[in-house]
Design a protein around this ligand. Structure first.
Ligand SMILES: [Zn+2]
Length: 184
């Protein structure tokens, strides 16, 4: 399994190839990307690569993506405790969502605490409703960064299904007796 540094290098290389391709295609009018869409994609890709990597499931220990959060890295320790390494966190569809959901909970808690501590504080509101044109490049950038990590880890897209199937097989009542060797 590649180290955090290797994962970062793979993602940076893939991003460079993709950016060059997008630039060539848009020069030839084969693709239209607005500067805002390119920026959203890039920021989401970078966040997915450096801050929200699937390896945060190791955040109870030392891991690259936790280090990038600085002192805030400690906030990811519960995530590392909750998720087994290369389990649900390393699935293609739900895995990336677990980190977004965890981040949403963290932000809600922090904003709640700030509002209680400083009632006069005004925080910027998220413009509603969020348009698809705004959200799609963000999700694309984020998911692509995650999938590159999973490909580099050798995790297949059906990892989640196999994981669930294995769990179901292990359910009580369906357990096969395990051979035990006792030595006295
Ligand atoms: Zn990994």
């Amino acid at each position: 399994m590649p180290s955090g540094r290797v994962h970062n290098l793979i993602n940076i290389a893939a991003y460079s190839v993709l950016a060059a391709g997008a630039l060539i295609l848009s020069r030839q009018d084969l693709l239209t990307i607005t500067p805002a869409q390119a920026l959203n994609f890039t920021l989401a890709f970078a966040a997915g690569t450096f801050l929200l990597s699937p390896d945060l499931d190791l955040a109870e220990g030392r891991v690259d993506s936790k280090r990038h959060w600085g002192i805030l890295g400690v906030l990811w320790v519960p995530y590392g405790r909750m998720f087994r390494h290369r389990g649900l966190s390393h699935t293609w569809v739900l895995g990336p969502l677990t980190r977004l959901a965890y981040l949403a909970v963290l932000i809600t808690l922090i904003v709640g605490l700030l509002r209680t501590a400083v009632p006069t504080l005004t925080l910027p509101d998220i413009p509603q409703p969020i348009s698809l044109k705004f959200a799609v490049p963000i999700m694309l950038g984020y998911y692509l960064s995650q999938w590159l990590h999973l490909i580099a880890d050798g995790v297949r897209p059906d990892h989640g299904l196999r994981h669930t199937a294995r769990k179901l097989r292990r359910m009580p009542g369906r357990r096969r007796p395990r051979a035990r060797s006792r030595s006295h």
